[in-house]
Design a protein around this ligand. Structure first.
Ligand SMILES: Nc1ncnc2c1ncn2[C@@H]1O[C@H](COP(=O)(O)OP(=O)(O)OP(=O)(O)O)[C@@H](O)[C@H]1O
Ligand SMILES: [Mg+2]
Length: 384
């Protein structure tokens, strides 16, 4: 099999004697013209039974140095570097779909360790759990994984989310100021021109108005929260394909907001039941201010995708959280929230209290592995 587009020809190390189905160590042999292995790098090696057609992928989680006696006297020592590697899974290069599969036998000791090319990794990691390439992918930013491309040295891999996932239910959570609204705005920008379903935003603090100037294809319709002029029914009627409808309730008191938005929701739900409104995506900023009953009803609505935004996800309650398929998680410090997120983020949960603004962990039932990303800037922040 031709692996010239999969990995760099030169090897970067050799697996030690101590391998298991979940992790192993390898002795690093520094390559001549390339940067050596670093923590967080993704490496690959041949499957112990299927050989080179199935590549095992692993993430270097730690690098330690040690000295070995190399000659006849104790003074003849050479320094070596040992990389601890967490196995991610293996993929079968022969198939069109490339799900990450669980390794059931440990890698062979002495296997050569290679560095995969960035294009190959990008293609492999940005797929759903079924291993199918995304039909409509949204670029949310970059992962922390650096990989080499054919010509130059390392570059950070982009992270893509399957647009389809958003039309199920998504949660964006993180402490106040973590950048939740920023992230939702990036998602709306990414959807621009890629999907034509209407997007409705419940904007309780007038934070989404900037999208109207930034997005080129979607029209925005700012509904000033004036219940006389914009009664909830009229709002439901404004929803159109290829349009973002922003319902800005900044000027209302908290209790009024809940009332107003609940009425809008009722009309949206009714519209869906009667099929007078086509399937749409609803983004609810500060979702924990809305009544849980209304949220439950909208989540149960057929062909309505929701993105709930909350700084305290557990306030939403278990019934709502159990319907969330995709999570975009920022800095989290609340113990209850952490306990809930713990189960989902499998292996990266200890990072949650230390995430910085712009850093997110994306996880969920249809995401092959929880991934830490740096979200991209909004278009309105671009210097051009
Ligand atoms: N990736 C980013 N890069 C640069 N600045 C960012 C980024 N994300 C957010 N910010 C900035 O951080 C501040 C807080 O962001 P944002 O309003 O999106 O947070 P939030 O989580 O929605 O906060 P709140 O809980 O108060 O609604 C804003 O000034 C925003 O411009
Ligand atoms: Mg916000």
């Amino acid at each position: 099999m031709d692996l010239s587009s999969v990995r760099i020809k030169e090897h970067f190390g050799m697996a030690s004697n101590d391998t298991s189905t979940t992790k192993f160590t390898f002795v690093i042999s520094p390559p001549k013209n390339r940067q050596t292995i670093q923590k967080q790098d993704i490496i690959c090696l041949d499957h112990p039974i299927f050989g080179e057609v199935c590549q095992i992928l692993g993430e270097v989680t730690e690098i330690t140095s040690y000295e070995e006696v190399a000659g006849s006297t104790i003074r003849d020592r050479i320094g070596k570097l040992l990389a601890t590697t967490q196995i991610i899974g293996y993929i079968d290069l022969r198939g069109e779909n490339r799900p990450l599969q669980k390794l059931l036998v440990p890698p062979n000791p002495g296997s050569r360790i290679y560095m995969p090319y960035s294009a190959f990794l990008q293609d492999t990691l940005n797929r759903g759990t079924d291993g199918k390439p995304y039909i409509q992918s949204l670029c949310l930013g970059k992962t922390l994984i650096a990989a080499a491309n054919q010509e130059t040295n390392d570059q950070q891999l982009h992270f893509y989310l399957n647009a389809d996932l958003l039309f199920k239910h998504t949660l964006i959570c993180g402490v106040d100021g973590a950048g939740k609204t920023h992230t939702a705005t990036v998602i709306i920008e990414e959807l621009t021109g890629k999907v034509n379903q209407p997007i409705v935003v419940f904007d309780s603090n007038n934070e989404y108005a900037s999208i109207s100037t930034a997005s080129k294809v979607l029209e925005t319709d700012n509904v000033a929260a004036n219940p006389q002029q914009n009664n909830p029914k009229a709002v439901a009627e404004k929803i159109k394909p290829n349009q973002v409808t922003i319902i800005n309730t900044e000027s209302l008191f908290l209790a009024e907001k809940d009332d107003y938005l609940s009425n809008v929701l009722k009309d949206l739900i009714k519209g869906r039941h009667e099929k007078t409104i086509q399937p749409f995506l609803l983004i609810i900023d500060d979702a924990d201010n809305l009544s849980p009953q209304m949220l439950k009803e909208i989540l149960a609505c057929k062909e309505v995708g929701t993105i709930l935004i909350s700084s305290h996800p557990t306030l939403l309650g278990g019934k709502i959280l159990s319907q969330i398929q995709t999570l975009i998680i920022g800095k989290t410090v609340d113990q209850q929230d952490l306990a809930y997120l713990d189960n989902i983020t499998n292996g990266v949960e200890e990072e949650l209290p230390n995430l910085r603004v712009g850093e997110w962990i994306i996880a969920g039932v249809n995401i092959a592995r929880p991934t830490k990303i740096q979200i991209r800037d909004q278009h309105s922040e671009d210097p051009t």
